[in-house]
Each structure stands twice: as structure tokens, then as C-alpha cells.
Design a protein around this ligand. Structure first.
Ligand SMILES: Cc1cc2nc3c(=O)[nH]c(=O)nc-3n(C[C@H](O)[C@H](O)[C@H](O)COP(=O)(O)O)c2cc1C
Length: 189
């Protein structure tokens, strides 16, 4: 079993997958671990859709390019688009905002889903699989593709699979040093 510190440090966003099948048992293990995540008043606003249908996965891949958002930034595709199309399984992470809290204008359903997302990604890593949090997609089109009611927010798309190239080292994008992100006793400029 992978040590939790190792899992945290070696988790990477994986954007290319092999066609090796992912067992339903692994998917259930991942989602069962996700259930243990903390949430606002333990309301567990999250719902997950497991997609294996190839046509639907292809469509989700296409829907991960939001031209109006990405084109002005110079992107011809979402960096995850190709990988979504390759993945044997895609998990769609949804939230019912009415089943979480809002205080000082902060909607905590996003936090609830954020926590499950990290749990999901670490569980995936622990099983020797890969995934990436995809946050850019056409939400309305995904709603209609998967029959998701309009009051439910679609927050994340997670393609899951074995790595396209196990040996290829996935380099860690740089992280800010602690000295830049941690203050002591008070906010510091
Ligand atoms: C909320 C959120 C949304 C993201 N959306 C996308 C996305 O749409 N496409 C993509 O390729 N990566 C996406 N990512 C992955 C980030 O680009 C990635 O986590 C970051 O570059 C750090 O790399 P690492 O995950 O390998 O440490 C997203 C990550 C988060 C947390």
C-alpha cells in the first residue's frame, strides 16, 4: 500500500491513457474512499456519475473544449481533451448546492467537491492509475448528455485509466516555496 505522503507528493495530472481496462472493483474502491471526505454539516452534497460508454466518453472529450473560454487564451484544445477520449472510465463529479452551506458569499459546495476531488485523485494514484481534474467543459451540454437536472452543478470531470507510458516520468509543475505562501502571526506582503 502506498504511503499517504508518497501519494500526495507523486500524484500528477495524467492526460494520456492506455486502453488497458480499469476494473469496476477499482472504481468502487475509489468512490468508497471518496465517501469518507468531510463536508459542510456532513450533508454530502456530492453525486458521481461513472461513464464507460465509448460514445459518451468521446462526446465528453469534445465538450471539454470551451472555445469562447480557451481560444482567447491561445488554446486550440483543453490539454486534457485527448486523454478524456482515451480513458476507459470517466467520473463526473456533481453537487447539489442546496445540500451545502453558503456563508459570507462563499459557496461551500465547491469546497465539498474539492475535498472529494483530492481524495479521488489520491485513491487513483494509490491504485497505480492516473487522472486529472478537468474543470473546463460545457456544463449545460454535459447536463443534457447525462440527464443531469438543472439545479445540479457539474464541477469536475475525471478521466481515469492506466498511464499511456508508465516509464515516462511525469514532471512536477513547479510549486511556490513555503516562504511565499505561509505567513507567521499576521498577513505579510
Ligand atoms: C479546479 C481544477 C481545474 C482543472 N482543470 C483542468 C482542465 O480543464 N484541463 C487540464 O488539462 N487540467 C486541469 N487541471 C489540472 C491542473 O492544470 C494541474 O493540477 C496543475 O497544472 C498542477 O499539476 P499537477 O496536478 O500535475 O500537480 C485542473 C485542476 C484543478 C484543481
Amino acid at each position: 500500500m502506498m504511503d499517504i505522503f508518497d501519494a500526495i507528493k507523486t500524484r500528477r495530472s495524467i492526460r494520456r491513457f492506455s486502453d488497458k481496462p480499469v476494473s469496476q472493483e477499482d472504481i468502487e474502491t475509489i468512490l468508497d474512499l471518496v465517501r469518507y471526505s468531510p463536508s459542510w454539516a456532513n450533508m454530502q452534497c456530492w453525486r458521481f456519475i461513472v461513464v464507460r460508454d465509448r460514445q459518451k466518453i468521446q462526446k465528453i472529450s469534445e465538450l471539454s473544449y470551451v472555445e469562447s473560454f480557451l481560444k482567447p487564451m491561445g488554446y486550440k484544445a483543453n490539454p486534457a481533451t485527448k486523454g478524456i477520449g482515451e480513458a476507459p472510465v470517466v467520473i463526473i463529479s456533481c453537487a447539489d448546492p442546496s445540500k451545502s452551506g453558503t456563508i459570507w458569499n462563499q459557496a461551500y459546495y465547491m469546497t465539498d467537491i474539492g475535498i472529494t476531488s483530492q481524495t479521488l485523485m489520491l485513491a487513483v494514484r494509490g491504485l497505480g492509475l492516473g487522472t486529472v481534474f478537468v474543470g473546463i467543459f460545457d456544463e449545460d451540454a454535459i447536463r443534457s448528455l447525462l440527464n443531469i437536472p438543472s439545479n445540479i452543478r457539474v464541477v469536475g470531470v475525471f478521466p481515469i485509466g492506466y498511464l499511456h507510458d508508465e516509464k515516462k516520468e511525469t514532471k512536477m509543475p513547479e510549486r511556490k516555496p513555503l516562504s511565499e505562501i505561509v505567513f507567521h502571526e499576521k498577513w505579510q506582503e
